[in-house]
Design a protein around this ligand. Structure first.
Ligand code: PHB
Length: 391
């Protein structure tokens, strides 16, 4: 088989890129190692910035997002038994975010690919990029016992942190920057009305907590837990008891509790691999970088990668101009690092760090007090939360 752009990974990044390119007449084949049901069974992020929504519109897949997604013009920071509202709309001159689950937008993208007859191959095993340093890269994979090969002009790796794409760059050409945090987030999805129509980020001496949502009937809650904890060790009752304990009393009292329909622990980590391209292989999203979830930057940073790569590929195919492809890594990384900085800052601001000295604890409290007392500091938070411009 031959195509123009071979894409590895059928998450939102790979699907969005294949959809955008298809609409401009550029052929893609997308290889995904799991089944579609598996991909759509994963509970992931839920906060979309303006630029992401714009890309969904350009890809002609925004209809359900516009209808069912919720526009959020602010969120709360809870601390010391009270909560302060961060007015995103006022602080950014009218910007907001959309709460719409990654699972839902992935479903919308699959449906759009089906409608246009996009080539999406599921259960592709042993996907391997070859000759990426040459002008003629190709991909091999297996479907059951059937081996197959796709020749392409470019390979795009959207296959996540554990994917094969980044690993196929020779290690001497890759520099890795990493930070791990001594805790994770225990997350629960429950079919209950959310306790607050807007997100609540809570800091407490027992640890961080977050009240989020997917819809008016679906709540998503998180608490900071030690890395040694397991999902099995937390019953639903214990989870909600701990969550309520970290929230202001009025919020805790108002919370409606129900059985979890999903429960998982995600360790927090920051990771960047540089450069984000090698020869004719280009990395996007989690394949190249990871952020802790605190600033809701993960999916949104993947979207800016796709934006740069999409325009670079358009310039190559429609204008014969390769400057976008040559500059992709540098351009994407400039924004990736701003997302890293913001996620790190929000993580440091709101979590309990077991090894912090009393001095560091005072500094952390002062950072929060300063933030909440300064319109300039709040404006900086808001500007980053709604998403820095792509250009
Ligand atoms: C979520 O709803 O899953 C969520 C929202 C905001 C975050 C992280 C996760 O910062």
């Amino acid at each position: 088989m031959r195509t123009q752009v071979g894409i590895i990974g059928g998450g939102p990044s790979g699907l969005l890129l294949s959809q955008l390119l298809h609409l401009r007449g550029i052929e893609t084949v997308l290889l995904e190692k799991h089944s579609r049901d598996y991909v759509l069974g994963r509970i992931r992020a839920g906060v979309l910035e303006h630029g992401f929504a714009e890309l969904m519109r350009e890809a002609q897949v925004a209809e359900r997002m516009e209808r069912e997604g919720q526009v959020h013009e602010g969120f709360f920071i809870a601390h010391d038994g009270v909560r302060d509202r961060v007015d995103l709309h006022a602080l950014t001159g009218g910007k907001s975010v959309i709460v719409y689950g990654q699972t839902e937008l992935t479903r919308d993208l699959y449906e759009a690919r089906d409608r246009l007859g996009g080539r999406v191959i599921h259960n592709a095993e042993d996907v391997t990029p070859h000759d990426i340093a040459t002008q003629r890269p190709y991909l091999t994979y297996r479907l059951g016992r059937q081996a197959a090969r796709i020749d392409c002009d470019f390979v795009v790796g959207c296959d996540g942190f554990h994917g094969v794409s980044r690993q196929s760059i020779p290690p001497e050409h890759l520099q890795v920057f990493e930070r791990t945090y001594p805790f994770g987030w225990l997350g629960v999805l429950s079919r209950t009305p959310p306790v607050s129509p807007e997100l609540i980020y809570a800091t407490h001496e027992r640890g961080f907590a977050l009240c989020s949502l997917r819809s008016s009937t679906l709540s998503r809650y998180y608490i900071q837990v030690p890395l040694s904890d397991t999902v099995e060790a937390w019953s639903d009752e214990e989870f909600f008891q701990e969550l309520r304990c970290r929230l202001p009393e009025d919020v805790a009292r108002a919370m409606i509790i129900g059985p979890s329909i999903e429960k998982s622990i995600a360790p927090l980590r920051s990771f960047v691999a540089e450069p984000m391209s090698f020869g004719r292989l280009f990395l996007a999203g989690d394949a190249a970088h990871i952020v802790p979830p605190t600033g809701a930057r993960g999916l949104n940073t993947a979207a800016s990668d796709i934006y740069y790569l999409y325009h670079a590929l358009l310039d190559h195919y429609l204008n014969g101009d390769d400057r976008g492809l040559e500059g992709y890594s540098q351009r994407a990384l400039a924004r990736v690092w701003k997302g890293q900085r913001f996620s790190w800052w929000m993580t440091m601001l709101l979590h309990r760090f077991p090894d912090n000295t009393p001095y560091e604890q005072r500094l952390q409290r002062t950072e929060l007090a300063y933030l909440l007392s300064s319109q300039q500091a709040l404006a900086s938070l808001a500007e980053n939360y709604v998403g820095l411009p792509f250009a």
